[in-house]
Design a protein around this ligand. Sequence first.
Ligand code: ATP
Ligand code: MG
Length: 426
Amino acid sequence: MKKKINSIRGMHDYFPEELTIWKKIEKTLKEVLNSYCYQEIRLPILEPTSIFKRTIGDVTDILKKEMYSFSDKKGNSLSLRPEGTVGCVRAIIQKGISCIKNKRFWYLGPMFRYERPQSGRYRQFYQLGGEVFGCDKLDIDLEILLLTFRLWKKLGIENYVKLEINTIGSLNDRVKYEKELVLFLKKYEYLLNQESKERLYTNPFRLLDTKDIHLKKILKKAPLLKNYINDISRSNFNKLLKMIELHDIKYIYNQKLVRGLDYYNDTVFEWKTNENKSQNTICAGGRYDTLVEKLGENKTSAIGFAIGIERLALLIKSLNIFSDKIENVNIYIIFIGDLNKNYSVNLSEKIRNVYPKLKIFVDFSNCNLSKKIKNAVSFLARIVILIGSNEIEKKCILIKDLKNKTEDYISERELMLKIKTFFKNV
Ligand code: ATP
Ligand code: MG
């Protein structure tokens, strides 16, 4: 028996049918980003491992367990990017930081994390990221929330997602808070599972957004992060909440919301859905005002967000929003007998010259006529053009309208004009 070949676990192929949803999502995302003056940036998938070590945090899950790292032929350690922000910051520093004052960038591409694969959680997944540099005003925090909310509205999912928001203050606030949190949790250490026990000593902050119900119960009595936030951060956060309310965006102030990466400060947020059962965060983001500095440049304020495309596609699919069928083919050309092939190819080229937006499929197969027609139907073709010797001799082409189930013999000239009547905007 032949051995089956498979993709790597957690890494998927996306066939055209699936990509129709992706394409609609991408088109909408790009339109909205464009309307907020975000510009595309394309970044390498491989980066030096060191830049992630310096920024994401040595004790985060990503760095400890999830990175795909390896040595190249010269022994340099490289990593498949687990997220886009760090590479984006590396790129703008390399280009010259002065060029990025008040700039907004977006990127779309695969990220890699060695996680336990399950629905909505993969080892290769796509993120659409947006990053804004050089703007320290709260207005940009608001603008990002408005932008993401507009996306959900344009995609028709605004009633199925909700915003959760928090402030995690400055790094100093966090250090102070973590000390208190550890003191508190040590009393319950015997009740914690192995993973939480480890985190208590490596990354206690991350324990706040645990999914473990026992720990969640314990945390109800834990010191509150909000009591450790400095005055400026706290007052800014209150202002931001008021601004959000003025724009009629509903939110949940989730004091336990933190981010998995070390570089965040102040505002953090997530858009969550109840529809995807387990992996329910479709977009996450926040401020990272110290990251540029950590990579060796002058302090530059920054804020960003990332959308998980697979999770968004799962949500849209489960809601059955884009159910309309898309024509894979507009015109399906069938010729009978090899002698008529050249004429058919020439005709298809002429149609493409006049109507460059149309999708024209010439059937080169050896199937019989009825099989070819069946194929045209399964391709959701709108019209079939049939070319046999008879047709060429009589200079008449048979055109079948598959939608209205009519057919007609017309000249090539008439055909060229008639095509327009079948399709909008050609
Ligand atoms: P989670 O808590 O679900 O692991 P995270 O905090 O690790 O998420 P981020 O690093 O903030 O996620 O990434 C932003 C978004 O990218 C997530 O909200 C999610 O939609 C998506 N995402 C993250 N990891 C994966 C993955 N392994 N597979 C699919 N999508 C993912
Ligand atoms: Mg994660």
